[in-house]
Write a new protein. Structure first.
Lengths: 201, 174
C-alpha cells in the first residue's frame, strides 16, 4: 500500500512541479489597465468612505447620548440648582415661620396688653404701659435664645442663596424645631397666663 | 511603507481602515495567480482581464464586510470562481471556446506552454477548476470543496483524476 502510495504521491508532485515550471514561462500577464483601474477604484472608494464616514460619524456622535464624562457633568449641573433651591426653600420657610412667630407674639402682647388695661381700668401706670415690650424672641428665654441665632441666620434671603448652601440648609432645618418649640408655647398659652409674665408692679 | 511581513487578512483590514497602499500590496500579491486561474479556465485573456477587474472591484467595495475568520485567499478565489461561472453562463461558453484558438495562436513559440494550456483545456470543467484552485489559489482540498460547492471526497477525486489526466497529456511526445 505504502509502496503504491509513495510513487502516486511523487507522480502528483511531478505534475505540480511541471505545471509551475511551465506557468512561470508564460509571458502572458494581466493588462496594465486592469491594475491601474483596480487601484484607482480602490483609492476612490477609500476617499469616498472617508467623506461619507466623516460627517456621518459627526452626526452619529450628535445623535448619541453624551459620553459618560459629559453625563457626569450634566448631572452635576442639574443637581446644582437643587442644592441652591433647597436652602432657599428652607430659608423662605424659616422667614415665614419667624414672621408668623412675630405676628403671634405681637398679637399675644397686644392681647395681654388689652386685658391688663381692662382689668385695671384707668390705673395703668404709664411706666407699665410704656414698659418696653421685649421682642418676641427675647420672651422665650433659654429655648428661644438658643433658637434665635438660627432664625437670624436663616432669615436673610441673601444667605439662603449664598454659595455655602450645604451649610445653610442644616441651619435652616434647625430653625424649624425652634419654631415648633415656640409656637406651642404661644399657642398653648391661655389668654390669662401672659399676665404672669408681666413684670411685677 | 512596506507590508511584506503582513498577512493578507491584516492587509485587507488595513484597507478597510482607509489604507489604500495595503490594498495595492494585496493586489500585487494575488494578481498573477488570480489572473492565471481565470485565463486557464476561460482561455480568454480579455475575459480574464475583465473578470479580474470585476472581482477586485468587489473586494474593494466589500472590504469592510470581510470576515476575518475566513482566509483572504479563500474569499478571493471564491469570488473569482463564482463570477467566472456566472460569466460563462452569460456568454453561453461557445464564445469562450472560439477565443481559445486565438489564445493558442498568441502563445505560438512557447510549445511547452501551449501543451500545458491544451492539456488543461482537455480536463473536464470540474477537474480544471479544482486543479487550478489548488495550484493558483493555493487552497486546501477542503477550501476547494467549499469554493466549488462540492464534498471533500468529490473534490479529492477530481484533483486526483485531473493530475492523472494532465500527466498523461504532458508526457505524450509532441
Amino acid at each position: 500500500m505504502n509502496a503504491e502510495a509513495e510513487p502516486s504521491s511523487s507522480r502528483q508532485e511531478d505534475v505540480d512541479d511541471k505545471y509551475r515550471r511551465l506557468s512561470a514561462l508564460a509571458p502572458s500577464r494581466p493588462s496594465v489597465w486592469v491594475r491601474r483601474s483596480v487601484l484607482a477604484h480602490a483609492k476612490q472608494l477609500v476617499a469616498e468612505r472617508a467623506i461619507r464616514i466623516g460627517p456621518a460619524a459627526a452626526a452619529h456622535v450628535a445623535d448619541k447620548p453624551m459620553p459618560v464624562t459629559t453625563e457626569i457633568q450634566s448631572t452635576a449641573e442639574d443637581s446644582a440648582p437643587a442644592w441652591r433651591r433647597r436652602p432657599a426653600i428652607f430659608g423662605a420657610g424659616a422667614v415665614l415661620v419667624a414672621v408668623v412667630i412675630a405676628l403671634v407674639v405681637s398679637q399675644l402682647y397686644h392681647d395681654l396688653k388689652s386685658p391688663t388695661a381692662l382689668l385695671t381700668p384707668g390705673s395703668p401706670s404709664p411706666a407699665t404701659a410704656q414698659q418696653p415690650i421685649p421682642p418676641a424672641t427675647e420672651t422665650m428665654s433659654p429655648t428661644t435664645q438658643a433658637a434665635s441665632p438660627a432664625a437670624q441666620a436663616t432669615s436673610p434671603t441673601a444667605q439662603a442663596t449664598s454659595p455655602t448652601a450645604p451649610v445653610i440648609s442644616p441651619t435652616a432645618k434647625a430653625t424649624s424645631p425652634t419654631a415648633q418649640a415656640i409656637s406651642p408655647t404661644a399657642g398653648t398659652t391661655p389668654p390669662d397666663a401672659p399676665a404672669a409674665t408681666l413684670p411685677p408692679r | 511603507m512596506t507590508y511584506d511581513g503582513e498577512t493578507d487578512e491584516a492587509l485587507i483590514g488595513r484597507y478597510a481602515g482607509g489604507d489604500s497602499s495595503a490594498f495595492e500590496m494585496l493586489y500585487r500579491r494575488h494578481e498573477m495567480r488570480a489572473w492565471r486561474y481565470l485565463d486557464r479556465n476561460l482561455s480568454d485573456q480579455a475575459a480574464a482581464d475583465g473578470l479580474l477587474q470585476e472581482v477586485w472591484f468587489l473586494i474593494a467595495r466589500d472590504a469592510e464586510q470581510y470576515d476575518p475568520g475566513t482566509r483572504f485567499r479563500t474569499w478571493l478565489f471564491s469570488l473569482i470562481h463564482t463570477r467566472m461561472i456566472d460569466s460563462v453562463q452569460e456568454s453561453q461558453r461557445q464564445a469562450a471556446t472560439e477565443q481559445a484558438a486565438d489564445t493558442s495562436t498568441a502563445a505560438a513559440g512557447h510549445e511547452p506552454l501551449i501543451a500545458l494550456n491544451d492539456a488543461i483545456r482537455q480536463l473536464s470543467r470540474e477537474q480544471r477548476e479544482a486543479f487550478l484552485l489548488q495550484m493558483e489559489g493555493q487552497l486546501s482540498i477542503d477550501e476547494v470543496a467549499r469554493v466549488t460547492d462540492s464534498t471533500f471526497e468529490t473534490t479529492k477525486t477530481r484533483l486526483r483524476n485531473a493530475r492523472a489526466h494532465l500527466r498523461e497529456l504532458l508526457d505524450q511526445p509532441a
